[in-house]
Unconditional design. Structure first.
Length: 126
């Protein structure tokens, strides 16, 4: 996993990471790391100290290199029929609401609006 992918993976896996941190008594330390991530600060070192980076890597199947910052979101579009209410197909993906990570979710009919666990808000469509 590229370091730029870490915020997106963190966002997707945050509920499970919070459970683990609560069980180990590291809940507040995780929340402190999340606050740093929201500010755009590197957090791989903090997550490694908590033993959560290794879990995240195992869950995603990709290793995270040392702290490095940002990258552009990946490209690619998918159609969402009728999303623009014009009878045409709207093309796009759901993206991080603050633009701090590369997470991109394809819309699927009937799915709930994807949420950003890191920023506690829905992903934006575009």
């Amino acid at each position: 996993m590229e370091t730029a992918e870490l915020p997106g993976a963190l966002c997707r896996e945050l509920p499970a990471l919070r459970e683990v941190a609560a069980e180990t008594g590291d809940g507040q330390a995780l929340e402190d790391a999340l606050a740093a991530a929201r500010r755009g600060e590197p957090v791989t070192g903090r997550l490694r100290e908590l033993g959560l980076l290794e879990l995240l890597e195992a869950w995603t199947g990709r290793a995270v290199p040392a702290d490095v910052t940002g990258a552009e979101p990946p490209g690619g579009l998918v159609g969402l029929p009728g999303a623009d209410h014009s009878g045409r197909v709207a093309h796009g993906r759901y993206w991080c609401p603050r633009g701090t990570c590369r997470r991109a979710e394809r819309p699927h009919p009937g799915d709930d609006l994807p949420e950003c666990a890191l920023h506690d808000s829905p992903l934006r469509f575009g």
